[in-house]
Design a protein around this ligand. Structure first.
Ligand code: PEP
Ligand code: MG
Length: 324
């Protein structure tokens, strides 16, 4: 029965590798909240806000605030991580009337767009500051490649907070984080870690940019390898930089919901996995049933990072999961 399932899941929360790990859900609109609740996510690790901007006309500040509040209050006391607009590349927004580009995935995408449209950006940030008054909230910036972009984004965040206060509205508290999905940012994680409260690794784009393979091109799907040792090595590097700086690191790309990779992520010190809600039960079970000493974690990570190919990684992880 549903009541029994719930008790079983509750009893898992403190076992094995689930200790100290948050399992959260990704949402694309408030319509996904039913699944967040059904699968008992511990908050939302990625709230994609693009849905508000894909229609005929752009959303007003109030409409944005209401959409953010709805998710924040449903998830409280857990954290909701709101990602600022990530239009461009695979995500179109006709109302923004963006010029055609030759290489949209390498073009004016995500934060690159919002930094070039400061009015649009500050409006979204004001809506987020106001919504944050209704529960634990974080904001994160997508597609950061350089430190200057992070400084500019944080400056916009300060300005928009002042604007909300000037307008006489209450402001909430915000954790401030960034996505790690471009290799330059991943490589420089030590520098970035001093400037943010958390990292969230976007494995979909990190894989695309590390292997130089279009994430949407079906002809290249065999080359699109989130479990390639270079990608996993980069993830380990980022998580370790976060640990050194005392900030938390999550994974919010599709790989975050891959039960085979979950023990590796736990072993490198990832603190939150955020995934499509339907993947939660399986990942939860795998982590709850696994207890690893510090040494066992080290040897799992070493074995994965010693691999030369993605298929070797898969073999290592499969052997590991059948043993445990
Ligand atoms: C990612 O790139 O892994 C990610 C979570 O963002 P999106 O899939 O929305 O680009
Ligand atoms: Mg991305």
């Amino acid at each position: 029965s549903a009541a029994r399932d719930f008790l079983e899941e509750e009893s898992l929360l403190d076992s094995g590798l689930l200790k100290g790990m948050v399992l959260a859900a990704n949402v694309g609109s408030p319509g996904d909240l039913a699944l967040v609740q059904k699968f008992k996510a511990q908050g939302v690790g990625l709230y994609r806000t693009e849905f508000l901007f894909m229609g005929e006309k752009l959303p007003a500040e109030e409409e944005q605030m209401a959409a953010y509040q709805q998710v924040i209050s449903a998830c409280a006391p857990h954290l909701t991580v709101i990602r600022t607009l990530d239009i461009g590349g695979d995500k179109k927004a006709p109302a923004l009337q963006l010029p055609e580009e030759k290489n949209p995935f390498l073009g004016v995408r995500a934060l690159r767009l919002t930094l070039r449209r400061p009015e649009l950006f500050r409006q979204q940030l004001r809506a987020i500051w106001r919504a944050a008054a209704s529960g634990p909230t974080a904001v994160m910036f997508p597609m950061i490649a350089t430190m200057e972009e992070l400084f500019q984004a944080k400056e916009m965040l300060r300005v928009s907070r002042d604007e909300v206060i000037q307008a006489g509205y209450p402001v909430g508290e915000l954790q401030v984080g960034m996505m790690i999905e471009i290799p330059s940012a991943a490589w420089m994680a030590d520098k970035f870690a001093a400037e943010v409260d958390f990292f969230s690794i976007g494995t979909n784009d990190l894989t695309q940019y590390m292997l130089a393979v279009d994430r949407e091109n079906n002809d290249l799907s065999d080359l699109y390898q989130p479990n390639h040792p270079a990608v996993l090595g980069m993830i380990a590097r980022v998580s370790e930089a976060g640990l050194r700086a005392g900030i938390w690191t999550g994974v919010c790309g599709e790989a975050g919901g891959d039960a085979l990779l979950a023990p590796f992520f736990a072993a490198v010190g990832i603190k939150e996995l955020s995934m499509a809600a339907g993947s939660l039960p399986k990942v939860r079970r795998v982590l709850a049933n696994l207890e690893l000493s510090t040494e066992e974690k080290r040897s799992l990570v070493d074995a994965v990072l010693a691999c030369a190919t993605a298929s070797e990684v898969k073999d290592v992880l499969q052997r590991f999961s059948s043993k445990s």
